[in-house]
Design a binder for this molecule. Sequence first.
Ligand SMILES: *Cc1c(COP(=O)(O)O)cnc(C)c1O
Length: 362
Amino acid sequence: MSQLSFDQRSNPNARSAAEREQVLANPGFGQTFTDHMVSIDFTEGVGWHDARLEPYGPLVLDPATSVFHYAQEVFEGLKAYRQAGGSIVAFRPLANAARFNRSCARLAMPELPEEVFVESLELLVQADRDWVPTTEGHSLYLRPFTIATQVGMGVNYPSKTFRYMVIASPSASYFASGVKAVKVWLSTEYTRAAPGGTGFAKCGGNYAAAFVAQRQAVQNGCDQVVWLDAFEHRHVEEMGGMNLFFVRGDRLVTPPLTGTLLAGITRDSILTFAADLGLTAEEGKITIEEWQAGCASGEITEVFACGTAAIVTPVGSVKGADREWTIGDGTPGPVTMRVREELLGIQYGTRPDPHGWVHKIC
Ligand SMILES: *Cc1c(COP(=O)(O)O)cnc(C)c1O
């Protein structure tokens, strides 16, 4: 068990029930934060110390703090769901804890004991339980992260001091439009990740490098970027915040984890529960030419993206610099919707949880 004990200080300026209800009526995604946050400091030679639950508020950091200059930062994203019986649960938080530590290791940052990670989420959700939405499909998005806090610009060494934090934000679905098929942009100009790089780590730097392509996607009338391999820009990798599945009849295929993709927990869950729905699911490589030809021949019937924020989102059409096509009839397909309903059913407790993924918080 963890030897850290959390100091708990409640927020004297917590918002009123009326103010909270106003936010919860229309929460958007990641825009408003709850009344508390978790902080734990790390010092080399001492380890993790000063664990605390405290009022949510701004940080005061020296402008020479390492994270501002060298982007030594990793994060996680998961949700707390209010189930029909009133319980509040998280979905596979230990899987997030394990991935967080894989990201930390890649960025030369200290790992956090998995039980401390889970305890930090539990404390914050318990303190701010009234912020967990009751509206169907809404949830409390949890954002754990660690930053390098050492002051100084020497780059010969990684930081020796860090801060881990958790903040929480009531959220509606990521795509405001609900379950609408998205249009995706094939990025052949930019690369998200290359072998030996940080593609498998959930770090802010990956996102910083992706914004320019996301802007290009929007300029081309698309919602999201599809990233391709770094060498040929032909093999499909992921969407930079969501993993992709290709539906061939009752077969689901998703690109393999070659080190350049983020190992989504939603992706892993779908690979695991597909058999429960009578579908087969496997990893397999696919090029953009195979994707286009598969849609033309009708062999690829649907494509969907998946992730904690996006849940399961149908992909309706694809555009690239020199090509453009529609998937099926461009609208959400039946396999996509079955997968989506199964996942939401497990998370909200309206379907059985045969794999033991639901973690009760309170
Ligand atoms: C977080 C993330 C995903 C989705 O992971 P989940 O665990 O399913 O939420 C996919 N790709 C990238 C790059 C991500 O950062």
